[in-house]
Design a protein around this ligand. Structure first.
Ligand code: RP5
Length: 168
C-alpha cells in the first residue's frame, strides 16, 4: 500500500464506514498504486465512530491530505458529513448495499444541499476506481509528472480495446 501512515506524505485519504466497504474501496487504492499516488486508508464511520469522523474531517487538511475519497453504504452519511467539516474536495463512493443494491447509498450521498458539495461517483467498484482516477486528476493539476502518468494510464486503457470482438 502506498502511503500507509501519518506523516508519510499521503495526499489522498481513502476513508470508509466499515471494514465491509474495503473490497469496494480497495479499487480506489489499486488505481492510485498504479499511478504512484500515496494514500492512506482508514475506517471512519459517521454513525459508529462520530468523534473519529469529526476529528478526521477537521484535521485532514493539516495532516497533508488534498483529496478525500469517502465510501459508505446504506444510510451513507460519511461523504456529506466530511464535506461539511472540510474544504478539501470529497469524492463520495456509494457502496453496494445488500438490501437495496446501493440505490440507498447513492441517494444518501448525491442529493447535497447547495453550498456543501460532494462529488458522487457510480455505485460500487466502478465508482471507487473512478474516484481514484479523479483524485489523481485533481492532484495532477499541480503535478506535471503525475499528469504524464495519468495520461499514459488512460492511453494504455484505450490501446487495450480491440477493434473487433473475438470468440473466447
Ligand atoms: C455503513 O453501513 C458502511 O459504510 C457499510 O457500507 C454499511 C454496513 O456496515 P457493516 O454492518 O457491514 O459494518 O455504515
Amino acid at each position: 500500500m502506498a502511503g500507509g501512515g501519518e506523516g508519510t506524505g499521503a495526499r489522498v485519504a481513502i476513508v470508509m464506514g466499515s471494514q465491509s466497504d474495503w473490497p469496494t474501496m480497495k479499487c480506489a487504492a489499486e488505481v492510485l498504486d498504479e499511478l504512484g499516488v500515496a494514500y492512506e486508508a482508514r475506517i471512519v464511520s459517521a454513525h459508529r465512530t462520530p468523534d473519529r469522523m469529526y476529528a478526521f474531517g477537521k484535521e485532514a487538511e493539516g495532516e497533508g491530505f488534498r483529496v478525500i475519497i469517502a465510501g459508505a453504504g446504506g444510510a451513507a452519511h460519511l461523504p456529506g458529513m466530511l464535506s461539511a467539516l472540510t474544504h478539501l474536495p470529497v469524492l463520495g463512493v456509494p457502496v453496494e448495499s445488500k438490501a437495496l443494491s446501493g440505490q440507498d447509498s447513492l441517494l444518501s450521498i448525491v442529493q447535497m444541499p447547495a453550498g456543501v458539495p460532494t462529488g458522487t461517483l457510480a455505485i460500487g467498484k466502478a465508482g471507487a476506481t473512478n474516484a481514484g482516477l479523479l483524485a489523481a486528476a485533481i492532484l495532477a493539476l499541480g503535478d506535471a509528472d503525475l499528469s504524464q502518468r495519468l495520461q499514459a494510464w488512460r492511453a494504455a486503457r484505450s490501446a487495450a480495446v480491440a477493434e473487433r470482438p473475438q470468440d473466447s
